[in-house]
Ligand binder design. Structure first.
Ligand SMILES: [Zn+2]
Length: 280
């Protein structure tokens, strides 16, 4: 059995048996893997604190011939994103990004681009306002789609290749913007203003840090978010009903997330973290 040293982001961690944790790691070297940390919940074991959703860790993974949960050992905490669990809404947004990776990134296939993207997104979301995090999330979705092969084409017509300028129609089904000649052949495209189109193009190209400083209107973020979700619905092999988004909607509708934070510990976030991310 081969022992591989990896850097990873904890996507999910769930108590298992009296003493262990099972979960999912997105690693730089091996892609997304299912793991078990045996004995991690024993008193005095530092691994339990390290093995928490959104943490960056390094560890050794036993890679046998058969697939299934990989045993990890020598788990060390590399970095945390402390502000994320302090806000239930921020935690819900980040939880949705984690769900996308859990369900869309192929298992045990190296995906360094997806690793870099998620690491960059977590860094941007940590300490961000909700508005900033929502912008970063939409940018993350478009870039993740591109990294997985469903990236939107935004420079030319997705159907005929003609150059597209100004306000335009965008078809998630066709995979991008449409020229006026091709537009009538797509019944369910979205209309994008030229401003929205430049934001979309910038989101695909520019680092997340830009969205910390750049004010984009809530309408633009909502329009782009709708497009990103349509792309998942059309192209993604896994179901896209997200328990994080449902959780976020609950928080927003009952008003207790208005301040962005519950008093005391983040009980909501903890409940949420132990749920199965996307229900089928
Ligand atoms: Zn065309």
């Amino acid at each position: 059995m081969k022992l591989v040293r990896v850097d990873g982001i904890v996507l999910r961690a769930i108590p298992f048996s009296e003493t262990s944790l099972v979960g999912s790691l997105l690693t730089r070297q091996l892609g997304r893997i299912g793991v078990i940390a045996r004995g991690a919940r024993r008193p005095g074991c530092a691994a339990a604190a390290a093995f928490q959703s959104t943490n960056l860790v390094s560890c050794s993974v036993y890679m046998g011939e058969r697939s299934g949960l990989r045993t990890i050992s020598h788990l060390e905490l590399e970095a945390t994103h402390e502000s994320i669990p302090r806000s239930v809404e921020l935690f819900g947004l980040v939880g949705y990004a984690m769900e996308l990776v859990i369900f869309q990134a192929p298992e045990e296939e190296p995906a360094p681009r997806v690793f870099r993207l998620l690491k960059g997104f977590l860094h941007a979301a940590d300490g961000a306002t909700l508005a900033e995090a929502e912008m970063a999330l939409v940018a993350f979705e478009f870039r993740l789609q591109r990294a997985l092969g469903w990236g939107l084409c935004t420079e030319v017509c997705a159907r005929c290749g003609a150059v597209v300028t100004g306000a335009t129609r965008l078809s998630p089904r066709e995979g991008g913007t449409l020229c006026p000649a091709c537009d009538p052949q797509d019944a369910c495209g979205e209309t994008l203003s030229s401003g929205d189109l430049s934001v979309l193009r910038a989101m695909l190209l520019e680092p997340f840090a830009r969205w910390r400083q750049n004010a984009v209107s809530g309408e633009t973020v909502a329009a782009l978010s709708r497009i990103a979700r349509s792309v998942w619905q059309i192209h993604a092999p896994a179901p896209t009903r997200s328990s994080s988004l449902a959780f976020l909607a609950d928080v927003r509708s009952d008003g207790y997330g208005k301040s962005g934070t519950r008093s005391g510990e983040n009980a909501g976030a903890k409940d949420f973290a132990s749920r199965r991310p996307m229900t089928q």
